[in-house]
Design a protein around this ligand. Structure first.
Ligand code: NAD
Length: 331
């Protein structure tokens, strides 16, 4: 089939070409995001393939249906950007990549935590300028600290295991408790207790109506003063202005984020020559105790290979009138 890949960057293309064994499918790589206006670029395609910030809203889904495109593959796990009832109503099938290296994202969350704690990002800037002083760079031992993991699914579990390896005491919160993690030493507690007890909170639950702004002003007030907050899951889990207030009062010690609620306008693009029309993001990038990466948690060679392989395999299944694995089917 002919597949149009929207929001497709040059670094993704070799992985997609390699996964397209014997050039079975015709791949069209497009840098544009998928919007009602850009759907026309896929006019003669059977399927479109999109990434995390391509919002599959009613107008976009309607435009796809108008172009007789009823197959959408997401090159990601989360599908909070999809209007699922509308896709169902219009008979559009939505596929995702239910699993790929959870280690990629978990290790990135650890990287954010380690950098913030030991101020590696500040030390790097200093030594680049031949400033070899240590003032202001003191961190703390992670050994023996309490780490709160919100959402102990695939990525949260990988993160929890790494933290257990550091000698941390891991507190978990999830609607489903993992017996395997409990056996390894993870202690499940209600959310409010995890918030109140942990020195570090790392978010690994999906963005759902019930988790939207999970970390808001009351939740921040419950946290241990000076606690660190890491979010590699979805930006909408944080009430970002409330988080900024907590950073400014010192209630929050540091913030590491790979995701931002309004990231679709900024992430994956170069804004360095323009002023950023987002006061909150501007404030955050200016804070020394804030480390932001632009949604790169997934970005390892192993994860890219798995994303490309699963995406194309799922489309091949459908082309051959076979069912892809249930966990890949959103609609
Ligand atoms: P998963 O489905 O394996 O795990 C999610 C866990 O969250 C599950 O255990 C589930 O029970 C739990 N959960 C659901 N609702 C909850 C709630 N209200 N409170 C607490 N826990 C709840 O998913 P995963 O593969 O571990 O991915 C987790 C999230 O990571 C994804 O939803 C996605 O948003 C994010 N992600 C980010 C990147 C990145 O590049 N930064 C890449 C992949 C995934």
């Amino acid at each position: 089939m002919t597949i149009a890949f929207f929001s497709c960057h040059p670094y993704e293309q070799p992985f997609l070409d390699a996964a397209n064994g014997n050039a079975r499918h015709q791949l069209r790589f497009l840098p544009q995001p998928l919007t009602p206006e850009t759907v026309a670029l896929a006019t003669d395609c059977t399927a479109v393939c999109v990434f995390v910030n391509d919002a599959l809203t009613r107008p976009t889904l309607q435009a796809l249906a108008d172009h007789h495109i009823r197959l959408v593959a997401l090159r990601c796990t989360g599908y909070n950007q999809v209007d699922v009832p509308t896709a169902r109503e219009l008979g559009i099938r939505i596929l995702r990549v239910p699993t790929y290296s959870p280690y990629a994202v978990a290790e990135h969350a650890v990287a954010l935590l380690l950098a913030l704690n030991r101020k590696t990002h500040l030390a790097y800037q200093r030594t680049k300028a031949n400033n070899f002083t240590l003032d202001g760079l003191m961190g703390f031992d992670l050994y023996g600290k309490r780490i709160g993991v919100i959402g102990t699914g695939k990525i949260g579990a990988a993160f929890a295991r790494i933290m257990l390896g550091f000698g941390c005491h891991v507190l978990g919160y999830d609607k489903l408790q993992s017996a395997v993690l409990q056996e390894l030493g993870v202690e499940y507690r209600p959310l409010n207790e995890v918030l109140a007890m942990a020195d570090v909170i790392s978010l690994h639950c999906p963005l759902l109506p019930e988790t939207h702004h999970l970390i808001d002003a009351p939740a921040l007030a419950r946290m241990k003063p000076g606690a660190y907050l890491i979010n590699t899951s979805r930006g909408g889990l944080l009430d970002t202005p409330a988080v900024l207030d907590a950073l400014q009062t010192g209630q929050l010690g540091a913030l590491g984020i790979d995701v931002y609620e309004l990231e679709d306008e900024f992430f994956f693009a170069d804004w360095s020559a323009k002023s950023l029309p987002d006061a909150i993001l501007n404030e955050l990038t200016g804070q020394p105790n804030v480390l932001i990466t632009a949604h790169q948690g997934f970005f390892t060679r192993e994860a890219m290979e798995q994303i490309a392989r699963t995406t194309l395999n799922n489309l091949t299944f459908l082309e051959q009138n076979q069912a892809p694995p249930d966990s890949s089917l959103v609609v």
